[in-house]
Design a protein around this ligand. Structure first.
Ligand code: ZN
Length: 263
């Protein structure tokens, strides 16, 4: 029980840092300095007003100095990160601590990618460059195969996943550009999928791409039908891929098993 409470608290604190990343990374600003401040009036936020979720509730979602509304996204990101940490702990926590830590960092990166890509249609290189390198190093050495958890992923599966993820999205980008005469797939998606492939293997790439495309097209068509969005309006793909990667990590083994026995 104490482990769950500590991991949840850790998730809230890291979640608070993720908010800083989501705010600052798109503008290329440092995520460590200066300290957090109000986006409206620039007043530095006091440490006692920076307690995850709690401060938002006590301040009724407003800045103490200028009373400007604070985005609901702040407490939402904190809670989401903490909740997913609990799910990771539940699923992977009772083996290696190193594996647990890798997955916690992976989950947090996916949250940052989700919110930045949703708002700015970019996936920061400051996540995907180190992410791609670490994915292959960790995937080849300590990480289990998320589809066969009793076995290690290993170098061959990790590098195959890396090439399958990056390669297939690179191909889609090239073909898309040839057909539509504009960038259909961003470079960020290619790097993100190489990273996902290195960590989850080629099965992870397949499932992530499948789920991401399904979610993306359902959402895209709904937006067109319900809100009159135009065909061909730019829809970021990263958020859907992030959800697909999450589901692959948590449920890949079950989905794969179900598919094999059903098919
Ligand atoms: Zn303010």
């Amino acid at each position: 029980m104490i482990t769950y409470i500590s991991v949840f608290a850790l998730g809230l604190i890291i979640g608070s840092f993720l908010n800083v990343c989501i705010c600052r990374m798109p503008g290329g600003m440092s995520v460590v300095s200066p300290s957090s401040r109000c986006v409206s009036c620039g007043t530095p936020i006091k440490f006692y007003d920076n307690v995850p979720i709690l401060s938002y509730i006590l301040l009724r979602g407003r800045c103490r100095s200028c009373k400007a509304r604070l985005s609901i996204q702040y407490p939402l990101v904190e809670f989401l990160n903490a909740a997913l940490y609990i799910i990771v702990l539940n699923r992977f926590g009772f083996g290696s601590v190193a594996v647990l830590l890798v997955y916690l960092v992976f989950i947090s990166s996916l949250i940052v990618i989700f919110f930045i890509d949703l708002e700015h249609q970019i996936i920061p290189n400051s996540i995907t460059f180190p992410g791609m390198l670490l994915a292959v190093i960790l995937g080849s050495t300590i990480l289990p195969d998320p589809f066969l958890q009793s076995e290690l992923l290993g170098f061959k599966a990790s590098i195959t996943g890396f090439l399958a993820g990056g390669g297939s999205f690179y191909l889609i980008a090239v073909i898309g550009k040839a057909i539509f005469k504009k960038d259909a797939m961003g470079g960020g998606d290619i790097k993100m999928m190489a990273m996902v492939g290195g960590l989850l293997g080629w099965k992870g790439v397949l499932l992530t791409t499948f789920l991401g495309s399904l979610l993306g097209s359902v959402t895209g068509v709904s937006l067109i039908l319900l809100k009159g969005r135009e065909w061909g309006s730019k829809i970021p793909f990263g958020p859907y891929l992030a959800i697909g990667a999450l589901v692959s990590l948590f449920l890949g083994q079950d989905i794969f098993r179900w598919y094999i026995y059903a098919g």
